[in-house]
Design a protein around this ligand. Structure first.
Ligand SMILES: NC(=O)c1ccc[n+]([C@@H]2O[C@H](COP(=O)([O-])OP(=O)(O)OC[C@H]3O[C@@H](n4cnc5c(N)ncnc54)[C@H](O)[C@@H]3O)[C@@H](O)[C@H]2O)c1
Length: 400
């Protein structure tokens, strides 16, 4: 694939580093930046043959197969519209829109134009994440009941993020989009998100938007997806997920503790890891940041999907559902009530299986739980099937 990248900032560099690493065959052909000096610097750094300060020139370049949007949130819709006009496949960074209405317009544009719309949700492509989803789909942890996804750091790196108009909000739109999509993947994307309860506040920074929020997304099958996001967390970038199922649990730590630690007295001033605040003392770097954050797997899926004429694992439709959940979160933070997720276009299951899976112990009882006690007694807590009475039965070691 020959790629036009729009934007030459932070994420554009992450994408370019991933795309031009390790003899990959897909390559960036041209970069658009409104500042021609930045475009040139980017082109020099990644040895691109073209650069431009004209966005249309980049998109309509005859050799370009796919456009990669790496612009601030308020420019995504404009850029998608240009790709749809030019009938160029498009990959858009997160969040897809600032609102579900904006995301829906983008979804409609790509579908009407018959082009590919890939949603660049990198954290749903990390090696650990893909393996976890695989384990869930193989039934290793049973039915998923509760997920928790946390992204927290000291705040983003450019002015526009802090401007509510341009970004669409604060930590919820910026980081919550990752956490919500992580939860959807674990619970099952076919399961309808019903409503959201969210607390949000501006605890530290002198901004209008929220810099900290916690939310709960209730799903049709009874599962709950929790998100925790913060621009006030100190000590690096905290990316952690938990999944709890009827048969097991998964804990993921994607960034701050990956099993790699360095102690330094502070000599040298190397880059340690994204949003690491210090370069002295015990440090927690990440081996291959782009890979640990999912970028190479994400691009492989996107480009293979285009070639194979299928959807990617993360599509514009997913971006739209995420935006609809975040809209409900913003509303709930205001009303302090559960707010419905408004999805005018729902493509998953209408009704899913909500039933509890009751485990029969014998003809008369359901098993609530059993536990081996310190004295080696086995205690079984049982519920009578007809009367509902809860009893416990103790099995001494010799009777086992
Ligand atoms: N993990 C991720 O997937 C991830 C991480 C960071 C950012 N992002 C997303 O990437 C997008 C860009 O964020 P970033 O961190 O690269 O920001 P950035 O500020 O580092 O870069 C933004 C780029 O857009 C350009 N730009 C800004 N205003 C413009 C305008 N009015 N017209 C034309 N160009 C303009 C800037 O010059 C720069 O090249 C955002 O949507 C953000 O949410 C995604």
């Amino acid at each position: 694939m020959r790629i036009a990248i729009l934007g030459s900032g932070f994420i554009a560099r992450f994408y370019a580093t991933s795309l031009h690493a390790q003899r990959r065959k897909d390559y960036i052909l041209t970069v658009y930046s409104r500042d021609i000096e930045n475009a040139k610097r980017f082109a020099d750094d990644y040895q691109l043959s073209h650069f431009t300060s004209d966005i249309d020139e980049a998109i309509t370049h005859p050799d370009v197969d796919v456009v990669l949007i790496s612009l601030p949130n308020d420019l995504h819709e404009m850029a998608v519209a240009k790709c749809a006009d030019a009938k160029k496949h498009v990959l858009c960074t997160k969040p897809l829109g600032r609102t579900a209405a904006e995301a829906k317009r983008m979804l409609d544009m790509v579908e009407k134009a018959g082009i590919f719309g890939g949603y660049l949700e990198d954290l749903c492509y990390t090696p650990k994440f893909l393996k976890s989803v695989d384990a869930i789909q193989n039934g290793n942890i049973g039915k998923v009941l509760w997920t928790k996804s946390r992204e927290a750091h000291p705040g983003p790196h450019s002015d526009w993020f802090w401007n509510k108009e341009k970004s669409g909000g604060g930590a919820i739109i910026d980081l919550g989009c990752h956490c919500v999509e992580i939860g959807r993947n674990f619970i099952g994307k076919n399961v309808k998100p019903l409503e959201v309860m969210c607390w949000a506040d501006t605890q530290v920074h002198p901004i209008e938007a929220e810099d900290h929020a916690i939310g709960l997304v209730k799903y049709e099958n009874g599962a709950i997806g929790q998100f925790e996001v913060s621009w006030t967390f100190r000590g690096g970038m905290d990316l952690r997920d938990e999944v709890v199922g009827t048969e097991g649990s998964i804990w993921l730590n994607s960034f701050l503790r990956t099993g790699f630690e360095i102690f330094s007295t502070g000599k040298g001033d190397n880059y340690i890891a994204e949003k690491a605040e210090i370069s002295q003392g015990w440090l927690f770097p990440v081996g291959d940041e782009a890979h640990e954050l999912g970028y190479p797997n994400m691009f492989t899926d996107m480009f293979s999907a285009i070639e194979e004429g299928r959807d990617a694992l993360e599509t514009f439709y997913d971006g739209y559902v995420v935006n609809a959940i975040l809209d409900a979160a913003y509303l709930s933070a205001k009303t302090k009530k559960w707010e419905p997720v408004v999805l005018e276009d729902w493509r998953g299951e209408e009704v899913s299986d909500k039933k509890q899976q009751l485990i029969s112990f014998d003809e008369d009882y359901f098993l609530i739980k059993e536990e081996l006690m310190p004295n080696e007694d086995l205690k079984r807590i049982l519920k009578h099937k007809n009367t509902g009475e809860v009893v416990q039965k103790i099995f001494k070691p010799e009777k086992l």
